[in-house]
Ligand binder design. Structure first.
Ligand SMILES: Cc1ncc(COP(=O)(O)O)c(C=O)c1O
Length: 450
């Protein structure tokens, strides 16, 4: 059957047109039903780390489905869930010892907030419940997660329903929130955390949450080297937990197991999703410190109640284990670390374009920001045909490259970027192909908007 936006029962992203029908995926490529090939330049929304069509994962899935696909965690544990939890803690920084499973990043960040609160309830600090986060961050779309998120565009329709979680500015050196310059700024944006804690009172605050590299909302913004050390010190000073939201950066995306490792800091919790199962199953979770784990175990009832129906199923465990094994067997995180310099070099050639203002990122997570005026960093106003980021993404898609666009990277409303985040298996010649399609697409758009 030929589907179009009028006969489809599926609520699509764009309700007035329908995306091409995908047929299959192989490696870094996707193919639609007309046979057209696309490079998956952002691994979906930074998910498909090992690429498409990996038969081992399908096999692991089928084997587990034939044994037992589902049990509820209060009735049974299972070998795959136990194995996955130990594989994950082995990859995590020292001192992170417990894992809880959920099915999406949004569930993960909300669960981290609940764990933080349960931790403080158990030690008698019952009012510590607020989560501080950052403007222009993204922690998910469910109400609790959206309350933490500073993604202005996604918050807009729900403002009155969101929880009053305080926010500090984003550490973005290209558009410094303090109108200053690194290093003369003395990382003032990090010290905003202390100021906010003092204004509210630490007795009400359980945690601070941040994406080590800011993904969807700001386009791979990398904070300065001192930033997370200062954040960690402030959290310790006020007895506040530090949650690293590694939904995008976790499991090798930045060339290390977890993005926060680049700053030499250990958080109290890590939220993970996306890359852990690389899109082969909905899987996410929270890794917690030994300190939190012990308090929960020795708590009043010794029960961790706030789970989901699909928390820790054998299917999720089997797929997660097989993806982690695949990444290890093929040294894919090392490959990201080794090839990230080449990807950076290629992407930085895009500065030759009049409208490319900033190219930033780490590992295989990069953002390209487009500006009307490079000197003043003035953003483009919205065009009749959509935003510049949308236009470049649409043009690249027509040219056979899938990108992930975003608007609002400057102040929540203005600023256009695209994310480039290919599967870990990409080779040098394929990086050349990816960047050359992006280059050509930017040139085509420049001609239209000049
Ligand atoms: C850093 C971060 N946290 C949380 C989420 C929400 O994850 P999900 O869409 O799986 O709910 C995302 C999604 O892009 C994300 O990038």
């Amino acid at each position: 059957m030929e589907y179009n936006y009028e006969n489809s029962n599926f609520l699509h992203y764009n309700l007035r047109s329908i995306a091409p029908m995908v047929e299959r995926g192989e490696g870094i490529y996707l193919y639609d039903t007309s046979g057209k090939q696309y490079i998956d330049g952002t691994s979906g929304p930074v998910v498909c780390n090992i690429g498409h069509g990996v038969t081992e994962i399908g096999q692991a899935y089928a084997n587990q489905a034939q044994k037992v696909s589902y049990v509820f965690r209060s009735h049974f544990t299972s070998e795959p869930s136990e194995k996955l939890a130990s594989l994950i803690t082995a990859m995590a920084p020292d001192g992170l010892e417990g894992v809880f499973f959920v099915s999406s990043g949004s569930e993960g960040t909300e669960m981290a907030a609940k764990i933080a609160h349960q931790y403080y309830l158990e030690i008698g600090r019952v009012r510590k419940e607020l989560i501080i986060s950052r403007w222009l961050s993204y922690h998910g779309i469910t109400m609790g997660a959206l309350s933490m998120s500073g993604h202005v565009q996604r918050r807009k329709n729900f403002v009155m329903s969101l929880l009053p979680y305080p926010k500090i500015p984003l550490p973005n050196c290209y558009h410094c929130p303090e109108n200053s310059e690194y290093p003369g700024c003395n990382i003032a944006c990090a010290h905003r955390l202390r100021e906010t804690i003092n204004l509210i009172g630490e007795e009400y605050i359980s945690a601070f949450i941040a994406e080590p590299v800011v993904g969807a909302s700001a386009g791979a913004v990398v904070p300065p080297p001192e930033y997370y050390k200062i954040i960690r010190e402030i959290c310790d000073e006020f007895d506040i937990l530090f949650i690293a939201d590694e939904v995008m950066t976790g499991f090798g995306r930045t060339g290390r197991n977890f993005g926060i490792e680049h700053w030499g800091v250990t958080p109290d919790m890590i939220v993970f999703a996306k890359g852990v199962s690389a899109g082969y199953y909905p899987l996410a979770g929270i890794i917690i410190s030994d300190k939190i784990f012990k308090v929960l175990k020795n708590g009043k009832k010794g029960i961790f109640a706030p789970g989901h129906t699909y928390s820790g199923t054998p299917m999720a465990g089997a797929v997660g284990c097989s993806v982690i094994d695949y990444v290890a067997k093929h040294n894919l995180i090392t490959q990201v670390a080794e090839l990230s310099g080449y990807l950076e070099e290629c992407l930085k050639k895009l500065y030759a374009h009049k409208i490319v203002g900033d190219v930033r990122g780490k590992g295989f997570l990069w953002g390209v920001e487009f500006v009307k005026d490079k000197k003043t960093k003035t953003p483009f106003p919205p065009l009749e045909s959509g935003t510049v980021a949308d236009l470049i993404t649409k043009t690249a898609f027509e040219n056979g490259l899938v990108l992930y666009p975003g608007t609002g990277c400057i102040d929540g409303n203005q600023g256009d970027h695209v994310l480039v985040a290919p599967p870990f298996i990409i080779q040098k010649d394929e990086i050349n192909k990816l960047v050359s399609i992006l280059d050509q697409s930017i040139s085509e758009v420049e001609k239209v908007i000049a």
